[in-house]
Design a binder for this molecule. Structure first.
Ligand code: IGP
Length: 263
């Protein structure tokens, strides 16, 4: 059993509990009354430089607790003021200490696109994402078989959500392209082993066709890493730990990351 399998087991248990409390039909009603999702793909590609998706991240399976983040809305506001293109909110509870309440708080606090970052394995979670104001949703190819991945991609699009399709090898890029993924995130962390390989983006980026938004995810420590990823064609970077643990708050680090990604 991999770490990913273990995480998904917990996600399914928590999900069953939420589904008992709130039927999908109630979520659908909420979605019908929600304001439409923002066009996030357009925001993530900007000729002026590498865009930063800043993550609200309290903890991770690999590092344990990172930051308490008592007020996610305040952190997200700081991200927005410091020039983040989008905010990622981890909603997984057991390993990342996140929640849909965090997503609600962040959604209410910022005008930029918001990503629901979780281990999505059922349509219900996509309805949840939209009902709670997400513009983007993460789909992890390694967590899904191809028919389910295709089904979730299609439903997400119907809901107006931009899919950030996460891959970590060549085979997964092929699977992403088979469903016409428009935004691909290359995760330097292998979710089955939790190991980070910082050469992953440089190796895989050439396999992603032009026209697809290319995002480098995980293990970005500071400006030097962003400069290297920019040279390898990253449109955006997804950063958690370096922002939530940075001295002097997230602002200075975010500014430095953006400066390093200028073109
Ligand atoms: O904290 P980091 O190393 O900057 O990583 C952020 C983000 O890439 C990471 O949280 C992440 C990427 N893909 C995921 C999938 C699930 C949970 C978390 C993730």
């Amino acid at each position: 059993m991999t770490v990913l399998d273990e995480i998904i087991g917990g996600v399914r248990d928590d999900l069953a509990e939420r589904q008992r409390r709130l039927p999908e039909s109630a979520l659908r009603d909420r979605v019908a009354g929600a304001r439409p999702a923002l066009d996030a793909a357009a925001v993530l590609r900007d000729a002026a430089g590498v865009q930063v998706i800043a993550e609200v991240k309290r903890a991770s399976p690999s590092k344990g607790p990172l930051a308490a983040i008592p007020d996610p809305a305040e952190l997200a506001g700081a991200y927005e003021r410091s020039g983040a293109a989008a905010v990622s909110v981890l909603t997984e509870r057991r390993r990342f200490h996140g929640s849909l309440a965090d997503l609600d708080a962040v959604r209410a606090a910022v005008r930029i696109p918001v990503l629901r970052k979780d281990f999505v394995v059922t349509p219900y979670q996509l309805w949840e994402a939209r009902a709670h104001g997400a513009d983007l949703v993460l789909l992890i190819v390694a967590a899904l078989d191809q028919p389910l991945f295709a089904e979730l991609t299609e439903l997400a699009r119907e809901l107006g959500l931009t899919v950030l399709t996460e891959v970590h090898d060549e085979d997964e890029i092929e699977r992403a392209l088979a469903v016409n993924a428009s935004v691909i995130g290359v995760n330097a962390r292998n979710l089955k082993t939790l190991e980070v390989d910082r050469t992953t983006f440089a190796r895989l980026a050439p396999r992603i066709p032009p026209g697809v938004v290319r995002i480098a995810e995980s293990g970005i420590r500071g400006p030097q890493d962003v400069a290297a990823l920019a040279a390898h064609g990253a449109d955006a970077v997804l950063v958690g730990e370096a922002l939530v643990t940075g001295e002097g708050g997230p602002g200075p680090m975010l500014t430095a990351l953006r400066d390093a990604g200028r073109r």
